[in-house]
Design a protein around this ligand. Structure first.
Ligand SMILES: [Zn+2]
Length: 296
């Protein structure tokens, strides 16, 4: 129930040490010790109005959402499930290129559970004749991620279906005694044909059949956040469709490289593979009345 703790912290409490502060800026994070695969809600307050504020972490640049008077900026930040544990530093930049504030913290272990699977080798190796298809799928997915909206489209999240998760997010998978992959999503038990709903408001950036993930829908929720729905037996949306939270995307199944029916639910935030269950703990965040998103 680590995500429940996250929600409480997000709603009420500043981290115990005084929040980092410089040049009239203060940062508040929903977790003082984010973990691998975790999502952190960030609020930066400025004593004077600023036109924009950009979160910078290595190659990642993400413009935070500006409040109406330019003194409050908010956004989500994600740590990839394979992020190094230990000290990490994120900075916030103003348009003049200055870095007025750095947020330093410790990345905690995701404590992922190892999954040992004994399977037919045909589930592990990609047959030679399918390699081209796998490459084409990867290019298609990468292209879908590039089509994301710069502004936030979501306001809150819900499970795509009512089911127990088996808690296998981030699990290193050992197939036939060999570590072959890391499970970058969460599997939800679901009989074939169970309706699958959009976890939040967004837009369909990919809907189709892929070699590994089978019937696949990718939703863009804006500002660098996407959710993934794999192994669907049917798809009821098409690329470009706007969807609201709870809208039917299709039905669960066992298409692609899987052995049984379930929904694989995943999330990506600013390129990081994050635990989709963390989305459920985020407080509702209304969109500005000026339209979708409140940038500019
Ligand atoms: Zn899965």
């Amino acid at each position: 129930m680590r995500f429940a703790v996250f929600a409480v912290v997000a709603l009420a409490v500043s981290p115990a040490p005084p929040p980092p502060r410089s040049a009239g800026l203060t940062v508040t994070a929903s977790s003082a010790t984010p973990r691998q695969g975790g999502i952190v809600a960030i609020t930066v307050r400025s004593e004077r109005p600023l036109p924009e504020l950009v979160l910078a972490d290595g190659d990642i640049r993400s413009r935070l959402e500006r409040g109406a008077d330019g003194t409050v900026f908010r956004g989500l930040y994600g740590l990839d499930l394979a992020a190094s544990t230990g000290p990490r530093r994120v900075s916030f930049e103003t348009p003049d290129g200055a870095t007025p504030l750095a947020w330093s913290f410790h990345v905690a272990s995701g404590r992922f559970r190892v999954q040992r699977l004994s399977v037919d080798p045909r589930y592990v190796e990609v047959p030679k004749e399918e390699l081209e298809r796998v490459k084409a799928d990867q290019a298609r997915v990468a292209e879908a991620y590039r089509r994301g909206s710069a502004v936030r489209l979501w306001t809150s999240f819900a499970r795509p279906l009512e089911a127990r998760s088996n808690g296998n997010f981030g699990a290193p998978r050992i197939y036939n005694e060999e570590t072959r992959s890391v499970h970058a999503g969460l599997d939800l038990a679901a009989a074939e044909g169970t309706p699958v709903a959009a976890a939040g408001d967004g837009r369909v950036v990919l809907a189709g059949d892929l070699y590994f993930s089978g019937g696949t829908v990718l939703l863009d929720h804006g500002a660098g956040l996407f959710t993934q729905y794999f192994h669907l037996s049917r798809i009821d949306v098409k690329e470009g469709d706007a969807v609201v939270k709870g809208a039917r995307l299709g039905a669960s199944g066992h298409t692609g490289r899987v052995t049984g029916s379930h929904l694989h639910w995943g999330a990506r935030l600013l390129g990081a593979r994050v635990n989709p269950e963390d989305l459920l703990a985020l407080p509702a965040w209304p969109l500005s009345r000026r339209g979708r998103g409140s940038l500019n």
